[in-house]
Design a protein. Sequence first.
Length: 257
Amino acid sequence: MKQPETNGRRVFLSKLLGGGVAAAGALMGLRAPALAKVLEGPDEGFDPGEHDYVFVVDIQKCIGCGNCVRACGIENNVPEGQFRTWIERYVVTHEGVHVDSPEGGMNGFEAIDPALREQAINAFFVPKLCNHCAEAPCVQVCPVGATFTSPEGFVLVDPEHCIGCGYCIQACPYGVRFMNKERRVADKCTWCYHRIRRGQQPACVTVCPTGSRSFGDTRDENDPVAQILKDDQWDVLKPGMHTQCQVLYVGLPRVVV
Ligand code: SF4
Ligand code: SF4
């Protein structure tokens, strides 16, 4: 799918110029039970209003090792066979695009089938996770406010209020949500919200051996992600959905959906 190069720029500009509006929108997305839970006992030294986070994935650096998938599963107690983040392998030929993700890529990938390899004109890995959309359809459809946007812009699920209707899973254009088979509630990546509030990085970022994944605060000009944004060489998945993704991809080939 062709992705307009200006789309990513548009999202970033809206974050810079409309920060106040975005924050107000985020707060409007909160409903009473979830809001109370999030604001309850903030970690010492953490000010929700002082940050503007983004997650950056550099496609050219991903080697498909699966460290991130395994770390996420352990950190977040994700049931076996379900994934908050996963890796897709794309093999591009003149005839079409082949995508696979065995066990979410958690154990890495076998060598490309020799017949397919012969035809390949490009091959690469694409890490996937929740985009923490600023205009999140999943938040909009939740009938009980269990899916909400935190004051820092994280899209979260309050498991104590989720009724397991699955509307949010259907509404997400990126297929990143699932029904947790053990808890019977909607589940997805939180960008390791619990770790961020303690001043740590998401688990997947800390174990990536190549620096393909990075996470940071665009309000801090010394943060490497701020520089990536300034360089303006990034894109988002499915820009036509206009959900204002906050996961930015560097080096994203146009065939990726
Ligand atoms: S990627 Fe899907 S689950 Fe994540 S915020 Fe966007 S719509 Fe919601
Ligand atoms: S840990 Fe890094 S290099 Fe390995 S699969 Fe994940 S994103 Fe790719």
